[in-house]
Design a protein around this ligand. Structure first.
Ligand SMILES: Cc1cc2nc3c(=O)[nH]c(=O)nc-3n(C[C@H](O)[C@H](O)[C@H](O)COP(=O)(O)OP(=O)(O)OC[C@H]3O[C@@H](n4cnc5c(N)ncnc54)[C@H](O)[C@@H]3O)c2cc1C
Length: 410
């Protein structure tokens, strides 16, 4: 902890960086704060990028965490459009691409993640798009017209959310997924199948177990070739094949890095003057008893807040059940927990109901939950997961038993 820090430098002005800067001021930190970000915009929230912003339903400014003036008004030296290229930990300073160096007493790395790139012939075609930032979202939006043919590679959250928006705009959408079910990394297979049905019902040509091997331009169209010899014609391709954390700076500076910058539950890295928060961290979660990396709004928001408070002199760890949501068509899906396996399921309602909740159990205890249009059960579900006590599966499955009551009892 660096209570004596006079100048806190935050590198990465995304969600976590913006929240951390504001939290430092809210907790009474009076030293200097510099916030450096590679993008042109002030810190913003990314969830609308594949939903409302992509659909053209909100202006760009609506995604901002706070208006630009907030940073000046709160004595935060915000430097947009500047990229850090090296950290000199011995001299306690960061070098920027424009040649400047910025000294620090304490450094917070909120570098986020970037879209994983396709590695196959033709992937560098200009109509192969990704979706990570505002520029990407606005570029993709240009193509979402009636009759446009869009091929989405990867049935993860971002690919599926974009597919839903594209369908609403009348585009013809094909989704190609290499796994047997969508969302296999983060959900029970049953939920993946539920989402597959939802998309097919909405006119998406969703094909699973399909590996894309090449993309080629033919007569103005893009031809996507699969391992089983089939082709899909499209005007544009959206690759939604996951994200990779921006760890290179930390790695080059000799900080401990695995799949993410390694931190403890206070956001401390292997250097006592350097902290990290958000998508870029592989952090210890005391509730789960292990390290993990998350790509979620809640983590960017609450971990950044917790780490900023530690940097300002606090001593409370960040300890929460991971939580994530997605909106597709008329479905709001929320997921809590990060189990290694989704089995031993207990259902409250079922896939044919208007709303349902499903728990993943381990040794009789709920370790994860998914709600479908049933967000009011998410809070008690998270409480039960956090407490980690055994629950009677028959009562858990009984939709007549209020989950709030069950959570109070356990
Ligand atoms: C399209 C999309 C939709 C999403 N939808 C949901 C959702 O519905 N629900 C949910 O829970 N989560 C969602 N997420 C995840 C959530 O938005 C992220 O977890 C969150 O943005 C992570 O915040 P962060 O600050 O860690 O990283 P980011 O927001 O990625 O910010 C990192 C910033 O650091 C900058 N940077 C990187 N390297 C440097 C450098 N060397 N120098 C200067 N600046 C640098 C980057 O340009 C970026 O601005 C979504 C994400 C995306 C991309």
């Amino acid at each position: 902890m660096n209570v004596a820090a006079r100048h806190i430098l935050i590198v990465g002005a995304g969600h976590a960086g913006g929240v951390a800067a504001a939290t430092l001021r809210q907790t009474g930190f009076t030293g200097a704060i510099t916030l450096i970000g590679g993008e042109a915009h002030p810190p913003y929230e990314r969830p609308p990028l594949s939903k409302e912003l992509l659909a053209g339903a909100i202006p760009v400014e609506k995604t901002y965490l706070r208006p630009l003036a907030f940073y000046t008004e709160n004595g935060i030296a915000f430097r947009p459009g500047e990229t850090a290229v090296a950290i000199d930990r011995a001299a306690q300073r960061v070098e920027l691409a424009n040649g400047d160096t910025v000294p620090y007493d304490a450094l917070l790395l909120t570098l986020g993640a970037r879209a994983r790139r396709l590695a196959l012939p033709g992937a560098d075609h200009p109509r192969v798009l990704y979706l990570r930032d505002i520029v990407d979202s606005l570029a993709l939006r240009e193509h979402l017209n009636t009759g446009a043919r869009i091929a989405v590679i990867g049935a993860g959250f971002i690919g599926l959310e974009a597919a839903a928006v594209a369908r609403k705009h009348g585009a013809a959408v094909t989704v190609l997924e290499v796994q047997r079910e969508p969302l296999q990394r983060v959900c029970a297979p049953e939920i993946g199948r539920f989402m597959a049905t939802l998309h097919r019902r909405n006119g998406v040509n969703l094909r699973t177990g399909v590996a894309v091997v090449a993309i080629e331009e033919k007569g103005g169209a893009l031809e996507i070739r699969t391992a089983d010899g089939e082709t899909v014609a499209a005007d544009i391709v959206l690759a939604g094949i996951g994200a990779q954390p921006n760890v290179e700076l930390a790695h080059a500076a000799g900080l401990a890095v695995e799949d993410g910058i390694v931190t403890d539950e206070f956001g401390r890295t292997s250097d006592p003057n350097v902290f990290a928060a958000g998508d870029v961290t592989r952090h210890f979660n005391p509730l789960l008893g292990r390290k993990l990396r998350l790509e979620a709004w809640q983590n960017a928001q609450n971990q950044a807040m917790a780490v900023a408070k530690v940097m300002a002199g606090g001593d409370r760890p960040h300890a929460e059940v991971p939580w994530f949501w997605t909106d597709q068509y008329d479905v709001n899906l929320q997921i809590a927990g990060a189990p290694k396996r989704w089995d031993d399921l207990v259902w409250r309602g079922g896939p044919d109901d208007k709303a349902f909740t499903v728990f993943a159990m381990q040794d009789g205890k709920p370790v994860a939950a998914t709600t479908m249009n049933n967000g009011r059960e998410m809070r008690p579900a998270r409480e039960m997961i956090a407490r980690g006590r055994a629950v009677d599966p028959a009562r858990l499955a009984d939709a007549k038993v209020k989950l709030q009551d069950l959570a109070r009892e356990t």
